[in-house]
Design a protein around this ligand. Structure first.
Ligand SMILES: NC(=O)c1ccc[n+]([C@@H]2O[C@H](COP(=O)([O-])OP(=O)(O)OC[C@H]3O[C@@H](n4cnc5c(N)ncnc54)[C@H](O)[C@@H]3O)[C@@H](O)[C@H]2O)c1
Length: 331
């Protein structure tokens, strides 16, 4: 039985705990640590024989095999480096850190310690996205011309939400371009690079619109990214925390266009340029369909077998580099 502990017991930790409870034959959640003790108590929900604490040393002393790092971005680096030093496997939420310097140190720490490490780019596991990856690998769209994505969420546009950590640059790093854009950049690189070669250029426009009690967040609410892959294929992304909640991925190729719209996360639309529908191959049944559950099951397997797993810290460092390019090129 793998013993796992939470570092951070907020919103996403709760979603991961639901997934972990479905894997209880292989993993036991043994420690709940949060700087705010009430959060740890709340997430632990009265479980017996577990450590519930606001002292990180109690977590380190609880005999763990692995940790889930689910704190705000600024704190990913220090906890990851300490966990790696202690030989623990690490699942870390995205974005990996708040800067390339941060992320580089994290990669060095996990590589030095040779510990399993995984980053929470969960969108890779949606059924339609998995099918899209297969379609591209089978060259069903022919040579690729463009990647286009909209990835946004409306929650922070709600005036009843205060100035939370995501809006504070010193804690979150970038805003929408890191929060949503890290998912978008990971997805584009993962799907296209095997066919187009690397992303070679990127620039951006960033904007901040939200006000809270008369002051603005210190990072971006909306980002438009535009770039090019080595083959010449184009890259275009809109990330927003003020638009409607939307997740749409499109890939254009010589033979047609693929569209995934997360209102239907299982459906891949493939349309030829004569308007004809192209039939996507049916992939084998999966044991689970929920992306968070698939992600946790992969992590638990990797920890049990001590096998490296993707997307790892090194992959997330590449994403962090492009976030930094987007920020430094913004006008
Ligand atoms: N993969 C995804 O789709 C996804 C979705 C949501 C959040 N996230 C990521 O997960 C992380 C956490 O986000 P969230 O939405 O759960 O935030 P949250 O605010 O809901 O929870 C964060 C928790 O961390 C605790 N905390 C803050 N600073 C701490 C510190 N220094 N030490 C220990 N605990 C501390 C807070 O008390 C809080 O309980 C972020 O990196 C975020 O980007 C990823």
């Amino acid at each position: 039985m793998i013993r796992l502990g939470f570092i951070g017991c907020g919103g996403i930790a709760r979603a991961h705990l639901t997934a972990l409870d479905r894997l209880s034959d292989r993993v036991s959640v043994a420690a709940f640590f949060d700087a705010n003790r009430a959060q740890a108590v709340d997430l632990a929900g009265g479980r017996k024989d577990v450590v519930v604490t606001d002292q990180v040393d109690s977590l380190w002393a609880s005999g763990l095999d692995a940790v889930l790092i689910t704190v705000p971005n600024r704190y990913h680096a220090a906890y990851s480096e300490e966990a790696a030093r202690r030989g623990l496997a690490i699942f870390c939420e995205k974005p990996l850190g708040v800067s390339v310097a941060d992320a580089t140190g994290m990669v060095a720490a996990v590589e030095r310690a040779s510990v399993v490490n995984l980053v929470g780019f969960k969108n890779r596991y949606f059924r339609a996205i998995e099918t899209l990856r297969h379609v591209l690998d089978e060259q069903m769209l022919g040579p690729l011309f463009a990647y286009r994505e909209v990835c946004s969420g409306a929650r922070l546009a709600n005036p009843n939400i205060g100035m939370e950590w995501r809006m504070i640059e010193t804690i979150a790093g970038a805003g929408a371009v890191a929060d949503f854009g890290s998912h978008s950049i990971d997805m584009a690189l993962w799907l296209l690079v095997p066919h187009t070669g690397p992303l070679v250029s990127l620039d951006s426009r960033l904007a901040t619109f939200i006000t809270r009690d008369g002051s603005y967040p210190s990072n971006d609410d909306m980002a438009v990214l535009s770039g090019r892959f080595a083959s010449g294929a184009l890259f275009s992304v809109l990330n927003g925390r003020v638009g409607p909640g939307l997740y749409q991925v499109e890939v254009y190729g010589l033979k047609g266009r693929a569209l995934v719209d997360m209102t239907q996360p299982d459906v891949l639309n493939l349309i030829g340029y004569g308007g004809e529908k192209i039939t996507a191959p049916a992939l084998p049944e999966r044991k689970f369909e929920d992306p968070l559950l698939i992600q946790m099951a992969r992590f638990v397997d990797a920890v049990a077998t001590k096998t490296p797993i993707e997307p790892d810290f090194s992959t997330a460092l590449s994403v962090q580099r492009w976030i930094e390019v987007a920020r430094s090129s913004a006008d």
